[in-house]
Design a protein around this ligand. Structure first.
Ligand SMILES: CC(C)(COP(=O)(O)OP(=O)(O)OC[C@H]1O[C@@H](n2cnc3c(N)ncnc32)[C@H](O)[C@@H]1OP(=O)(O)O)[C@@H](O)C(=O)NCCC(=O)NCCS
Length: 144
């Protein structure tokens, strides 16, 4: 059951929690990141305090279960981060939480990046109606 989800704008006193969830997001999608915990907290604080991004925290009976970070670009919404806590996955929390976030975006197109090896994330987005749109190419630093 996910009927008890509430969505609210993140506050600066959520930074420690959200930075810890951001760390789990990095781990779960096996993202190559060199950011320290302090870097993640600083960035999250900037996102919450600044105008460029929106950060929302999703709670279930007062407990954090998901968060999202997005910005409103000229050509639509760009979702920078979306995460569901590990112990509440595969229970419809992600689907409902994302529907709640996106209900405020009207008819704007929505774009996001997903790592090609993040099969769970890709399955989730495709289940929500997303389709392949562009390919980002990356080259690792030369090792020789
Ligand atoms: C991806 C993520 C947000 C999914 O959240 P969730 O709450 O488990 O998703 P839901 O339960 O709402 O699932 C909705 C649908 O997505 C698909 N899906 C979700 N997780 C899946 C998985 N592990 N394998 C296959 N399909 C999956 C299913 O179609 C599912 O519907 P079903 O349960 O009726 O089969 C969550 O696993 C997560 O936070 N992962 C780590 C962070 C991440 O990868 N974020 C996306 C970055 S691009």
């Amino acid at each position: 059951m996910t009927a008890d989800l509430t969505v609210r704008a993140a506050r600066l006193d959520d930074v420690t929690l959200l930075a810890a969830l951001n760390r789990q997001l990095i781990e779960d999608q096996r993202h190559h990141s060199t950011a320290t915990d302090a870097d993640l907290a600083d960035r999250m604080g900037r996102w919450i305090a600044g105008d460029a991004y929106e950060v929302a925290l999703v709670e279930e009976r007062g407990e954090p279960v998901a968060y999202g970070v997005w910005r409103d670009d000229e050509d639509g919404i760009y979702v920078r981060q979306f995460f569901v806590v590990r112990h509440r996955r595969r229970a419809g929390v992600g689907r409902e939480a994302f529907a709640r976030l996106s209900s405020a975006w009207g008819a704007a197109p929505v774009k996001l990046d997903a790592l090609v090896h993040n099969e769970r994330g890709l399955a989730f987005w495709r289940a929500l109606g997303f389709r392949d749109y562009s390919v980002i190419l990356a080259r690792d630093p030369a090792t020789s």
